[in-house]
Design a protein around this ligand. Structure first.
Ligand code: G4P
Length: 531
């Protein structure tokens, strides 16, 4: 197969949702429908076995959540799907955001009884920032749901996203009878069978509504007929261009738990999800757009994961390929001029890891390394490609890190730097004093960090309340103005891991005040890493 054909058949997507909306159940069922796993429960066996393969840390097991995102690859009807897993817990980390930078498309899962929830909104905003097109899956239709029109109104009002329902449901909960395909008029009958009774995870059979009329609750049929007519009249038809530009979302209803609507969702991805998108970058320091079919491997590291194998201290860098044909053993150049030989690249097939022999644009491979690679690094065959756009996000929690044993301060600094390089947390050094200030986007990150300090570095670390609560990167086109500002605000400034200046404030009000007094200085909550 030609390079461009291989790239064209890749679909790289993530699932965004509020905790409990059903992301894990849907992931499991997408993998099942795609034939990547044979038995439900392999992604997240409930209870004790839950996520045993991907949760390697005690803290994750204890909480039954996965802190770090991973990738799962499967093939479906000739296309290769790379599903990037974003943790759905409220306490998410920067990883979640960064993972979305590596996705070309997202599935937004809503709980039909709850609609848009806070985390859906937060993750959606990141997708919008990057114009990532979104397919909506309204889950849990087997439970009493909100009125479908109300759900679509919420999407329209809160996300300013036009909704193009591709299906319309026949009621919900006990009366849920299935859904009609608004484009073809076919009816997909929902049967309450269980997996033991021969329920298959793929598409539902399509029938004429008349042939199953007797089996569907009459009031559900009435709702279906009324609702679908209204939807056809009032709501727009799907427009692929509007979807690709991130203005319109196709909507599918279903129940992941009962395997209904999942095959249809995959079909929607097949029909609409974009092949790897062109990527803006710099080539030889000039603005450039990299196309998926371009020769020469190039891509970026969006995530670093440590301890995937507890017997090794290696880190795995998740490398999203944007162009070219990657081959095992290839030598790639990091944008800082260093080289790395990729002998054992990993592919992630469902929960198994395999050595990747070849990979193309859209694919994500894991590169084991001993710390040479950092989040945001660009890797390419030529060495002259540089991507921007893997941002750091201003932490929402700042803590002063201290060891009980003052003799270990140097050791602590090294450990904190190493975790900051991995992108687990951020590290700030105030201009005055020798404090080490750790920043995290969620409280769980601090816990993960404390645990890793003990397990990996043998350090008992206290994370104390810091004198600051807010960090903002500061920029100014005029270096002398910036220096003067830093001089004047020594007690409220410092540097990050890359020595970029930061303003450390007690609260958001202080930032606003400083901004007002210093209009020529920009205070930003994100920092795109410049390599
Ligand atoms: P998450 O990853 O988004 O946090 O959600 P997850 O898939 O873990 O689902 C959260 C809960 O919702 C689970 O129940 C799951 O079984 C249930 N669920 C998911 N999809 C559906 C659906 O389509 N219909 C119904 N009725 N329930 C659904 P739980 O009780 O929290 O967990 P468990 O006891 O089933 O493990």
């Amino acid at each position: 197969m030609l390079l461009s054909e291989q790239a064209d058949r890749r679909r790289t997507f993530a699932i965004i949702s509020h905790p409990d909306a059903g992301k894990t159940t849907l992931t499991e069922n997408l993998l099942l429908a795609g034939g990547a796993i044979r038995m439900a429960g392999e992604v997240a066996a409930r209870g004790e076995r839950r996520r045993t393969t991907s949760d390697w840390m005690k803290i994750e097991r204890d909480r039954g959540i996965s802190v770090s995102a991973s990738v799962m690859t499967f093939e479906y009807r000739g296309n290769v799907y790379n599903l990037l897993d974003t943790p759905g817990h409220e306490d998410f980390s920067e990883d979640t955001y960064r993972t979305l930078t590596a996705a070309d498309c997202a599935i937004m899962v809503l709980d039909a009884a709850k609609g848009i929830e806070p985390q859906t909104l937060k993750l959606f905003e990141v997708c919008r920032l990057r114009d990532i097109p979104i397919v909506t899956f309204i889950n849990k239709m087997d439970r009493e749901a909100l009125d479908p029109l109300e759900l679509l109104d919420q999407i329209q009002d809160q996300l300013q996203l036009d909704c193009a329902p591709l299906f319309w449901p026949a009621a919900s909960g006990q009366r849920f009878g299935g859904m009609v395909d608004l484009r073809s008029g076919d009816f997909l009958h929902y049967s309450k069978k269980t997996a033991d009774e021969g329920l298959t995870p793929g598409e539902s059979p399509r029938v004429e509504l008349e042939s199953v009329r007797e089996q569907v609750d009459p009031s559900a049929l009435e709702e279906l007929e009324e609702g679908s007519e209204m939807a056809r009249e009032m709501l727009p038809e799907i427009n692929k261009q509007a979807f690709l530009e991130g203005h319109m979302t196709p909507v599918v209803f279903g129940t992941a738990l009962r395997h209904f609507g999942v095959g249809e969702l995959l079909n929607v991805l097949e029909e609409f999800a974009p092949a790897p998108r062109p990527q803006a970058c710099e080539k030889k320091d000039q603005p450039h757009t990299l196309e998926r079919g371009d020769k020469g491997v190039a891509g970026f590291v969006f995530k670093i994961q440590a301890n995937m194998d507890p017997n090794h201290r290696d880190r795995v860098a998740f490398f999203r390929i944007c162009s070219g044909e990657f081959k095992r053993g290839m030598r790639l150049k990091i944008n800082d001029g260093k080289q790395i030989n990729v002998h054992n690249p990993m592919m992630f097939l469902a929960q198994d890891r395999e050595i990747a022999e070849t990979a193309y644009a859209g694919d994500v491979i894991g590169i084991p390394n001993h710390g040479q690679l950092r989040v945001g690094d660009s890797l390419s065959e030529s060495g002259d490609i540089k991507f921007a756009g893997i941002p750091n996000f201003a932490p929402e929690i700042l803590r002063r890190a201290r060891t009980k044993d003052p003799m270990k301060a140097k050791h602590l600094r090294k450990a904190l730097e190493s975790l900051a390089e991995e992108g687990v947390t951020q590290l700030f050094k105030p201009s005055i004093g020798s404090d080490m200030i750790v920043g995290a986007v969620g409280a769980l990150q601090i816990e993960v960090m404390a645990e890793r300090m003990v397990n990996e570095y043998g350090l008992d670390v206290l994370f104390e309340v810091a004198p600051y609560n807010v960090a903002r990167w500061i920029h100014c086109d005029d270096d002398s103005v910036l220096s003067a500002f830093l001089d004047k605000n020594k007690s409220a400034s410092g540097t990050d891991l890359d020595d970029a200046p930061v303003y450390l404030a007690k609260n958001a009000w202080d930032v606003g005040y400083a901004q007002e007094k210093n209009p020529e200085i920009r205070f930003t909550a994100t920092k795109e890493r410049s390599n």
